[in-house]
Ligand binder design. Structure first.
Ligand code: CMC
Length: 363
């Protein structure tokens, strides 16, 4: 069933192809930066040099949360889980947006850029606040990816790690009518504002069947502890009719093309770190799930190892997914506004036939 027309991305689930505005993800991953990807998703063309400079400048300038959000952050860091913080902070960001309640095309583009720019800062500040560490202010000379790692850890990442994280952001940026993007579009289609639509997207991404799976993958790897124990663990899990997180997909019937890049990057980081344990456990899990169920890993499976090797705390994996997917959500929301029709699906009623009201005394 087609829920919406879109020119932003496309998937061929049988062939395992994902493209953004016609560009294959296998072409984008090694070549595009996340800033170029954002431009592509929002403008439906790759940027020329000047356009790239403009979007980099814009995404570099808008990284600090507004005062209202900054006042909330200490409370949020102490009292909420990371995705709940992001959901609340995104909603609160609307309060002092410089474009206010202007819903023009130009204002929505600027709001989209602000959200893309500020999400990584929110995640980094949250982590530093909860640990009692001093905040690290953003460095506009760094790419969005390198700056996030810097603000989170306080040290600048080396070029290889920053580039790997940059590729992760590109790989997660958009994925047609996934649950969170659809949620954002449904909200936008009521002509609600862009912050509300993105907040709906965050809420949908949070669940373990969607973006929350990457965190569960790392918890599983930690539970397994060593490669030799992976197969029995998986067999046991499947015997108990439990799902293995990071596997399966509603659309892909073959390998998720994003997993191919994430597997390679996990291997590179494992070699670089000199500690291949998580990667080896992941490989054993992958083999066991394929042997037992014939199911392929999805984007969340090797993303967990990559983020682990980048020393990103496990409970920030899903917020990191959101830092990328906000580029896709906002592009879809703008596309929805541009040619809007209320999204109102039909249903199949399975309840009782029509019947008469029973007074309380007869029930
Ligand atoms: N582990 C074990 N069995 C699985 C898994 C899995 N991860 N995924 C699917 N199956 C089995 C399922 O048990 C069913 O088997 P049977 O026909 O014998 O009952 C069959 O495959 C079809 O599964 P389904 O749940 O009906 O498929 P779906 O299209 O409704 O669900 C999915 C897709 C992604 C929700 C599901 O594969 C799943 O729950 N995976 C684990 C969670 C996960 O990794 N989510 C991230 C998805 S990709 C990134 C994103 O979108 O955020």
């Amino acid at each position: 069933m087609v829920a919406a027309e879109t020119a932003i991305s496309d998937i061929d689930g049988r062939e395992g192809v994902l493209s953004y505005v016609g560009y294959d993800i296998h072409d984008l991953a090694p070549n595009a930066t996340f800033e170029e990807t954002c431009y592509l998703l929002h403008n439906l063309e790759l940027p020329n040099e000047q356009q790239l400079e403009e979007i980099k400048e814009q995404l570099g300038r808008e990284r600090e949360p507004n005062d209202f959000v900054m006042e909330l952050m200490p409370q949020l860091s102490q009292n909420t889980a990371p995705m709940s913080m992001l959901r609340t902070a995104c909603s609160a960001s609307s309060a002092r947006d410089p474009d206010g309640w202007d819903t023009s095309e130009g204002a929505n583009y600027r709001k989209a850029m602000r959200l893309i720019a500020v999400f990584p800062t929110l995640v980094a500040y949250y982590d530093r606040l909860r640990k009692g560490h001093p905040l690290v202010r953003s460095d506009a000379s760094l790419s969005l990816a390198a700056n996030f790692l810097y603000m989170l850890k306080g040290d600048k990442a080396d070029d290889e790690e920053a580039r790997i994280f940059d590729i992760c952001l590109t790989l997660h940026a958009d994925h047609t009518m996934n649950a969170s993007t659809f949620a954002a579009r449904v909200c936008a289609a009521t002509l609600s504002d862009i912050h509300s639509a993105v907040t709906a997207g965050i809420a949908a991404l949070k669940g373990p069947l969607h973006g929350g799976a990457n965190e569960q993958v790392m918890r599983m790897i930690k539970e397994i502890k060593e490669p030799s124990k992976a197969r029995d663990y998986i067999i046991n899990r499947l015997r108990n009719k439990e799902k293995v997180m990071g596997f399966g997909h509603r659309v892909y019937k073959t390998e998720d093309p994003r997993a191919t890049h994430l597997r390679r990057m996990a291997k590179e980081l494992a070699e670089k770190s000199g500690d291949g344990n998580n990667y080896e456990i992941s490989q054993e899990i992958e083999k066991a799930v394929m042997d037992e169920k014939g199911i392929y890993p999805n984007v969340d499976f090797y993303a967990a190892s990559v983020y682990g090797y980048l020393k990103i705390p496990t409970d920030l994996f899903t917020p990191v997914f959101a830092c990328s997917r906000v580029s896709g959500w906002t592009a879809h929301v703008r596309e929805q506004y541009a040619d809007n029709r209320l999204i109102r699906p039909d249903h199949a009623y399975v309840g009782p036939e029509r019947r008469s009201w029973k007074p309380l005394s007869q029930r």
